[in-house]
Design a protein around this ligand. Sequence first.
Ligand SMILES: [Zn+2]
Length: 282
Amino acid sequence: MPVAPTPAIRIGSSEIIALADGAGPFPFTSREAAFPDATPAQWAAVDRFDPGAVDAEGRWSLNFRAFAIRGPKGITLVDAGIGPADAPATWAPLPGKLPESLAAAGIDPAEVDTVVLTHLHTDHIGWAVVAEEAVTTSGDGPSTGLSPFFPNAEYLIQQAEFDAVDMLNPKLRETLIDPLRASEQLRLLEGDAPLRAGRVVATPGHTPGHQSVVVADGRESVLITGDLLVNAIQLLYPDLAYVYEIDRETARRSREQLLRTEGGAVLHVASSHLTEPFVPMP
Ligand SMILES: [Zn+2]
C-alpha cells in the first residue's frame, strides 16, 4: 500500500518526525518589513538556501508544522499546529491537517505522552485543545465543551509563558489553560528540563517563555526550534531581529546561544516555518 513518505531523522534510538499542518503566505506584512535590518544581499542568500519560502509575488510563504519524537520510552509532540477549522489562528491556512499527518506517521493521539508547546502563539497551539462534539445518551445534544486533543499527554509550558498569557492572548485562559488544568494535564516548567528523549531548553525572546527542544546522541543532534527562528534569514544571520519578537535582544541572544552551543557537532535544524522540515546547520 503506497503511503506518502513522512520526513524523519533518526538520532540514536529516537525518531524525529515532521508533521505537516499547512502552508500559506504570511498575511501581516512583507518579509522585508518583517526583518527590517536584512539587506538585499542577505535576501539573495536566503533565496538560494530556501527558495520555497518566497512566492512569485515576492511574498513570504510559510509552512506550519509540528514534530514528534518517537522513542522506546514514548512519544513526545513538539507544538500543536494551526488547528481545526474553528481554531483561533484565523490568519493561517485553516483547517490544518495534523491529524492526517499523525495517522500517516502511525501515531494515535492517545499514544502521545508529552506535548511541548514552544510558545502560546495561535499557530503553535491549534490542536492542543479542541471542541468536543460528544454525543450524549441523555439526548441533550452535542456538548460545547473543550478537551485536550492528546488525552493522555502532559502539556509542558514555561512558567514565564503562562505568566504572560494575558499579554499574549487573554482568550487562551478559557480555551487552553482552563481545559488543561481541568484534566490535570498542564505542567509548568522553569527553564531547561529533561524529556524522555531529549530536553527542553528555555529560549526566551520571541515570547517571554519560549522554549525549544534538543535531541542529541553522540555528535549528532536535532534542534526543534519553535519560533526561535521563523525564516531562514535568522538561521543564516542569527543576529537579525523579527518585528514580532516581543523582546528582540533576548530573542537574538537565545538564537545565537543555542545555534552556537549545539552547532559544534552535526546539527539538524527542525523548524516550524521553513520550507524543508530539516535543514543542516549552514
Ligand atoms: Zn509560528
